[in-house]
Design a protein around this ligand. Structure first.
Ligand code: 5AD
Length: 365
């Protein structure tokens, strides 16, 4: 067994692949010192506040066909929808009136001019109606002009997962064509950063053919990119995707993926102490209380789903996605209770900008 404390202390001085991979390989139980260290780092740097991002799943139409994703274009079983403006405004207004510091608008990828213009309109209008409510966009790869247009409209944060920073693995989990290029994904991240967004990225954890070394490199990629936010979660097969065929021996169990995700969150918190890290919904698909556990090993953001219920069921990226049929009020009350029970404080009426971003503004990194 590795000497965990020794590895953790080495990590504070020297972020390298070998140190990180050693910590990532810790099994449930053995990883307790790592998770505790990350919790302490979080408290020391950003306290124990937890921010709410109201998640609005705007549309499940997507031009891409990523091999892992349930809403891939080639999946003809999906009941495709796009929310209308009033549904979006109503959801945003709910978030604002209930003190959620911000919202996140997510959708499959669409590069059409009408979509680009519509997002700019929605962003402007949401901010006008809700006293400058903070908005995160998660709308995939777009050209720099589009990113700039949305930024100027008032979106200040953008989440675009790299999915894996390993070029070969990226190519294996995406169709081999220009639409699914690793280089384009990396340039999109660079463009977003240059425009001035609070930049978020993330990866899937426990993919077939992925190992701890690659995941260690993912964390180093995030550090080198100097990101402000991270959303990462376990890979979970979706039966209507090519990658569901990997179920079986070549992939680790869901519980192993869960522990590995906790280890990833913990190491990321230690190497990037003041970024925002989300306790993602995919965690909860594996274990009901996994998001609370994530909050206790480094995460500080949760994303309550405020998509109107009629559409929520159709936004199915992976199997067993937890979809609450409670009203938003009942849901957010019970979520608040869970977070409080986990020892964190839900920070309402605060936009919860990444502290890392705020400090980056002063040092211009
Ligand atoms: N398992 C886990 N996460 C997934 N995503 C898409 N499909 C899956 C899956 N099968 C994640 C991707 C994407 C985000 C919107 O959802 O990381 O960026």
């Amino acid at each position: 067994m590795i000497d965990v404390d020794n590895y953790i202390s080495k990590l504070y001085d020297n972020v390298n692949k070998h140190n990180i991979a050693g910590l990532l390989s810790l099994k449930e139980g053995d990883n307790v010192p790592l998770l505790e260290a990350a919790k302490m780092v979080k408290h020391n740097h950003i306290g124990n506040k937890c921010y709410f991002r109201g998640l609005i799943e705007l549309s499940n139409k997507c031009r891409k066909s990523c091999y892992y994703c349930g809403i891939r274009n080639d999946n003809s079983y999906v009941n495709r929808y796009t929310l209308n403006d009033e549904d979006v405004f109503e959801a945003a207004c709910y978030a604002y009136e209930n003190g959620f510091g911000s919202i996140a608008i997510q959708a499959g990828e669409d590069n059409s001019k009408s979509f680009v213009d519509r997002i700019a309109y929605l962003v402007k209008e949401i901010r006008r109606r809700n006293n400058g409510l903070s908005i995160t966009l998660s709308l995939g790869e777009q050209n720099p002009d589009t990113y700039k247009k949305w930024f100027d409209a008032g979106a200040e944060r953008y989440l675009l997962r790299i999915e894996t920073s390993n070029r070969e693995l990226y190519q294996k989990i995406h169709p081999c064509n220009h639409e699914h290029s690793f280089d384009n994904r990396v340039s999109a991240l660079t463009n977003l950063k240059d425009i001035g967004y609070q930049l978020g990225t993330g990866v899937m954890i426990g993919l077939p053919m992925q190992n701890e070394e690659m995941l260690a490199e993912d964390l180093i990629f995030m550090k080198d990119m100097n990101i402000d936010m991270c959303g990462m979660g376990p890979f979970i097969e979706h039966p209507q995707t090519p990658m569901s065929d990997y179920c079986g021996e070549s992939i680790m169990s869901l519980t192993e993926r869960l522990q590995l995700t906790f280890n990833m969150i913990a190491v990321l918190r230690i190497i990037m102490p003041n970024i925002n890290i989300a306790a993602t919904t995919a965690l909860q698909a594996i274990e009901d209380t996994a998001r609370e556990k994530a909050l206790n090993c480094g995460a500080n953001v949760v994303m309550p789903n405020i998509t109107p219920l009629k559409s929520r069921l159709a936004y199915k990226l992976y199997n067993n996605k937890p979809i609450s049929e409670d009203t938003r009020d009942v849901y957010s009350k019970s979520l608040t209770q869970r977070i409080t029970d986990a020892g964190c404080v839900v920070a309402l009426w605060e936009s919860g900008s990444s502290k890392h971003y705020i400090e980056r503004q002063t040092t211009k990194k």
